[in-house]
Design a protein around this ligand. Structure first.
Ligand code: NAD
Length: 408
């Protein structure tokens, strides 16, 4: 399952500074001092023990800090999100949920999670009476998001769910309905909405910094190593849907929407699945689509699990172009505006996107702030993904209503 991980991680990390920095700190006298002083190792804060922790010391938590239960201790949870709780003001890891008792014990020890806050998938329902847990963060394979969101709402908790929200719009509808029934918040973990370059790109496009937007092109791809649906959930249709579009292409789909600030009125798509390759016995190798917007702008989106790594967004307007390359990685974002002038942007450290996302959800839970990436956004995106697959399968252009549902 993991053998493709390095390639995918390299794609997303664009250099992997966090891991290197974390390891450097683990070996440093400063880290030893922090541990000795008890700064690292408090409840919800990571300690060394073969588990990574962030390069910055944990911030002091406010008294209204929200307790999260993290469900699924895989790559993204362990290496990216869990260490970032230390950078937030009022979010902490209160409980962990895993199907692997050895890993559950090791990671819980590292984060100081008490024994009675360690849950298996089978014992998860008991979390309903665990007052230390306010919210559940779902970091499981995408095909499990809908069921686990329902379980978390049934337990009376708020839900932060990883992208893609689910594998169908029907599942998204059910998740939103469950959130309303439970009167609990639902947020989709679209981290680019909290990343400085992407936020500045949204602002630039909103004030027509490249003129009237005409053409947007984007691609998110990497080449997956040999694997099969039994070994790797990312190539298993029940857990991954069509594959690269839900996993990577969704970043380009999102960018096309938040940079144009419009919904497409039609989509025409093509997909490719080679025969005889176990990686693609159940999912697509590549998916491309062309979108037309009501303004007359057009977009071209590509994503693949079988071409070398790339992650860019190019937006061309009537007076210039915005180039984001890499556009939505974990780190290393680069952004320039070409036109009357050439501007290179240093919008801020992309690393902040992870903790800001957690802070934002906490603001929604504690202060009633409007969620920037709600379930309705995840639903909208799944409708567009469905339209892409329908168009590709039928070999025809699909016309869309303004909410992303297909016309006719
Ligand atoms: P992973 O394979 O590294 O981890 C998945 C975890 O789920 C593992 O701990 C595994 O044991 C557990 N699991 C439980 N039931 C399983 C089952 N039936 N089959 C397989 N694994 C099962 O995957 P990941 O990269 O951590 O991805 C998890 C989720 O996070 C996905 O929804 C993915 O789209 C999302 N993700 C988001 C980002 C981002 O940048 N926002 C990046 C990577 C992954």
């Amino acid at each position: 399952m993991i053998e493709n991980g390095v390639t995918r991680r390299a794609f997303l990390e664009g250099g992997g500074g966090v891991t290197a920095a974390s390891l450097a700190l683990m070996a440093s006298p400063a880290a030893a001092l922090l541990v000795a002083r008890g700064v690292l190792g408090a409840v919800g804060q990571p300690m060394t023990n073969g588990v990574e922790f962030p390069a910055t010391p944990p911030r002091r938590k406010r008294s209204d800090s929200v307790g999260f239960a993290v469900v699924g201790l895989g790559d993204y949870a362990l290496k990216q999100m869990m260490p970032r709780f230390a950078q937030t003001e009022r979010a902490h890891i209160a409980a962990l949920v895993s199907g692997n008792p050895e890993k559950l014990g090791r990671v819980s020890d590292a984060y100081g999670v008490p024994k009675d806050a360690r849950y298996s998938y089978e014992s998860f329902a008991k979390i309903a009476s665990d007052k230390r847990v306010d919210a559940v963060y779902i970091v499981l394979p995408s095909g499990l998001h809908a069921d686990w969101t329902a379980k978390a709402f049934a337990a009376g908790k708020h839900v932060l769910c990883e992208k893609p929200m689910a594998l169908s719009s029907a599942e998204c509808d059910r998740m939103i309905a469950a959130s309303r029934r439970a009167n609990r918040k639902l947020m989709i973990a679209y981290r680019s909405h909290f990343e400085p370059h992407n936020l500045e790109a949204m602002e630039l496009m909103a004030r027509n910094a490249a003129g009237q937007l005409r053409v947007l092109r984007t691609e998110q791809s990497y080449r997956m190593g040999p694997t099969s649906p039994d070994d790797n959930w990312r190539v298993n249709r029940a857990l991954a849907g069509g594959g690269p579009l839900e996993d990577l292409g969704i970043y380009g789909l999102q960018a096309a929407l938040y940079l144009t600030r419009q919904m497409p009125e039609s989509i025409s798509a093509t997909s490719f699945r080679p025969t005889g390759d176990p990686r693609f016995s159940e999912i697509f190798a590549s998916v491309t689509s062309q979108w037309r917007f009501p303004s007359g702008a057009v977009a071209q989106l590509a994503t693949s699990y079988d071409s070398s790594g790339i992650n860019f967004v190019h937006v061309r307007g009537t007076t210039g172009a915005l180039i984001m390359d890499p556009a939505t990685n974990y780190s290393g974002q680069k952004m320039t505006l070409d036109g009357n002038e050439h501007r290179v942007f240093k919008s801020g450290d992309p690393d902040i996107q992870f903790s800001r996302q957690l802070d934002h959800f906490v603001d929604a839970i504690r202060d009633g702030a409007r969620i920037r990436t709600p379930g309705e956004m995840g639903l909208r995106d799944l409708r567009l993904i469905e339209a892409i697959y329908v168009s590709a399968a039928a070999g025809r252009t699909v016309k869309l209503n303004s909410d992303g549902t297909m016309r006719g």
